[in-house]
Design a protein around this ligand. Structure first.
Ligand code: HEC
Length: 144
């Protein structure tokens, strides 16, 4: 392959059995975003997995999916808000409602929130730009 060719393909950046596959040209995945996704995966495993599951598919009737939803892919502040404050209003996600409550994770660091948000925005078939810890701090300054 020539030097100027961009290598396209599926990149498993996690290197384990729970692959994080990014279907983008490799040079476009910035190293610092990759680092965020990998850190975010750890946060997800510890705090979110139990409800939203390994696939991000959620649990029917209880916990909503994180695949291709407005909350995950849409406005950053709305995502930061639900992660830090939680929600128990019976959200309608893709036409279904869920009876569990989402706890708030206001006790996690801005880094952890940014990383887990970036992880879910780039897992489960999702692809959206990263959320930085500065954006989380800014949200807290303005809305907390
Ligand atoms: C105890 C179960 C539980 C845990 C733990 C939990 N969630 Fe949730 N989550 C829910 C429920 C239930 C809702 C819907 C809340 C509502 O209806 O008001 C939700 C909603 C969401 C939404 C918005 C709706 C959607 O499907 O896009 C996102 C994003 C989300 N959770 C991400 C996370 C992340 C990231 C974590 C870990 C930091 C986490 N959740 C931990 C149960 C949970």
């Amino acid at each position: 392959m020539g030097c100027n060719e961009v290598k396209k393909g599926k990149t498993n950046i996690s290197g384990n059995d729970n692959p994080i596959i990014l279907e983008v040209p490799e040079p476009e995945i910035e190293a610092k975003v990759v680092a965020q996704i990998l850190q975010g995966e750890k946060v997800y495993m510890q705090y979110c997995l139990v409800c939203h599951q390994e696939t991000g598919g959620g649990v029917s009737g209880l916990n909503p999916p994180l695949q291709d939803t407005e909350y995950v892919l849409g406005e950053k502040n709305r995502l930061i808000e639900i992660l830090t404050k939680g929600s128990n209003v019976g959200l309608s996600i893709k036409g279904n409602t869920y009876s569990n409550a989402m706890p708030g994770f206001g006790n996690l660091s801005d880094d952890d929130i940014a990383n887990v948000a970036t992880y879910i925005r780039n897992s489960f078939g999702n692809r959206a730009d990263p959320i930085t810890k500065e954006e989380v701090s800014q949200y807290k300054l303005v809305y907390d």
